[in-house]
Design a protein around this ligand. Structure first.
Ligand SMILES: Cc1ncc(COP(=O)(O)O)c(C=O)c1O
Length: 410
């Protein structure tokens, strides 16, 4: 088996130089089971990042994987141009759990592709070209989704789409949400007639776990509708029980015109989708197909994930574990100067530290103590806690004890 150092060397030799990894001394992860990851020495880590918010139902979940394996052995691929059952069953299931009258779905393979498709759909429906997005939002790596991404470090294409207008970021106090809405209004006044859609993460993940005010989305939707601008909710990170609701927009009692998802729907199997109301979906009527989107294996994974979330009551469990953990993080905030702020909804929680360097030290020490946590934020100064939703209270207590030890010396 390759050592961790050999893997780093291979990456240098055979990947592009853009390849990166967390940690000065990264472990070589060889196994996952439930809430745990294991490295090549057999060391166990409690995973509080879930592979960047993917394995909501736990690593190598046996109930889900049994269904995925059965499908692998029965029919792996034909492409959506042939008739297969799992894709239509998943589309039907999604229509039941998606907010409001969102009913029609197009399947693809990643969050980027889902958002790219949603933006295209908005252009087809409105006949307009431009987009509004928010500072601090992340929507993907393709030309258009990178263009609507509002985090400078992820906007690496020197020739991004010029028809994107950035509204101010939200998160923090009410005033920031209000300022953000004012900036949307100003953009609409000047460019509303040329804007197809506004794309937004209900809670910004990569931007640092930024939560808008309770009323933000209602006000946003009403502003947009005056100019026939569609609302696209990017739920790639927030979807499938992560925030204590099936979809995070439900916290804000708003029904978007288009909703996108990926990550947790597959619990590790690649999948993506965008879904829309009948009126909007009707505009996507020219032929379009994704070779692997809607493949029976990913579709069966999606069906199994939703069943698992429902059967194990993960929505309510996540809401109450999240409240408990947030209260524990608030205690850290009041005890240590290095902690600037904490926030979260469900098990999507963030803790801003004084500097990005302190975040890196904390990540390394937590990993050495057997805890994997994430990092994000515009300045990479936010510690992110987004564990598999199958964790227990005692896992939170153990992590918090470890964070006390680290923060005391930071
Ligand atoms: C909110 C959001 N949208 C889109 C993406 C892009 O998804 P993918 O990496 O599956 O292309 C991500 C990835 O982290 C994300 O967090």
């Amino acid at each position: 088996m390759l050592s961790a150092q050999e893997i780093i060397d291979y990456k240098k030799d055979y990947f592009f130089p853009n390849a990166m990894h967390f940690y000065k001394n990264p472990p070589h992860i060889t196994r996952g089971e439930g809430k745990y990851l294991y490295d090549d020495s057999g060391k166990r880590y409690l995973d509080f990042f879930a592979g960047v918010t993917v394995v909501n139902c736990g690593h190598c979940n046996p109930e889900i994987n049994a269904k995925v394996k059965a499908q692998l052995d029965q029919l792996q691929h034909t492409s959506i141009i042939y008739l297969t059952e799992p894709s239509v069953l998943l589309a039907k299931k999604l229509s039941h759990i998606l907010p409001g009258d969102i009913q029609h779905t197009f399947f693809c393979c990643s969050g980027t592709e889902a958002n790219e498709g949603a933006l295209l759909l908005a252009r087809l429906h409105t006949g307009k070209k431009g987009f509004i997005s928010f500072e601090g939002g992340l929507h993907g790596r393709s030309a258009l989704t990178m263009s609507v991404t509002g985090i400078p470090m992820w906007r690496i294409d020197p020739f991004l789409d010029p028809d994107v207008y950035f509204a101010k970021g939200f998160g923090g106090d009410e005033t920031r949400s209000e300022d953000s809405l004012k900036s949307v209004e100003a953009i609409l006044k000047e460019h509303g007639h040329e804007i197809a859609a506004c794309i937004v993460e209900p809670i910004q993940g990569n931007g640092g776990i930024n939560i808008p005010s309770k009323i933000f989305f209602k006000k946003l939707k009403s502003l947009l509708s005056k100019y026939d601008v569609l609302l696209i909710a990017d739920e790639v990170q927030t979807g499938f029980a992560r925030t204590g609701k099936m979809f995070a927009v439900e916290h804000f009692e708003v029904i978007p015109d288009i909703l996108t998802g990926a990550k947790a729907l597959g619990n590790g199997v690649p999948v993506g989708f965008f879904s829309a109301t009948p009126a909007v979906a009707a505009s996507f009527n020219k032929p379009s197909a994704s070779t692997l989107g809607g493949n029976p294996v990913s579709m069966n994974a999606g069906l199994a994930v939703i069943d698992f979330i429902e059967e194990h009551n993960l929505i309510n469990k996540t809401a109450s574990l999240g409240e408990y953990m947030l209260q524990k993080l608030k205690e850290l905030e009041s005890n240590y100067d290095a902690v600037i702020s904490t926030r979260g909804l469900g098990l999507m929680l963030g803790m801003t530290l004084e500097t990005p360097e302190k975040v890196d030290i904390l990540l390394e020490k937590a990993k050495d103590s057997g805890f994997i946590v994430g990092k994000n934020g515009m300045n990479r100064d936010v510690v992110a806690f987004q564990p598999p939703l199958i964790i227990e209270r005692e896992d939170i207590d153990n992590l918090i004890d470890c964070l006390h030890d680290i923060l005391r010396d930071l």
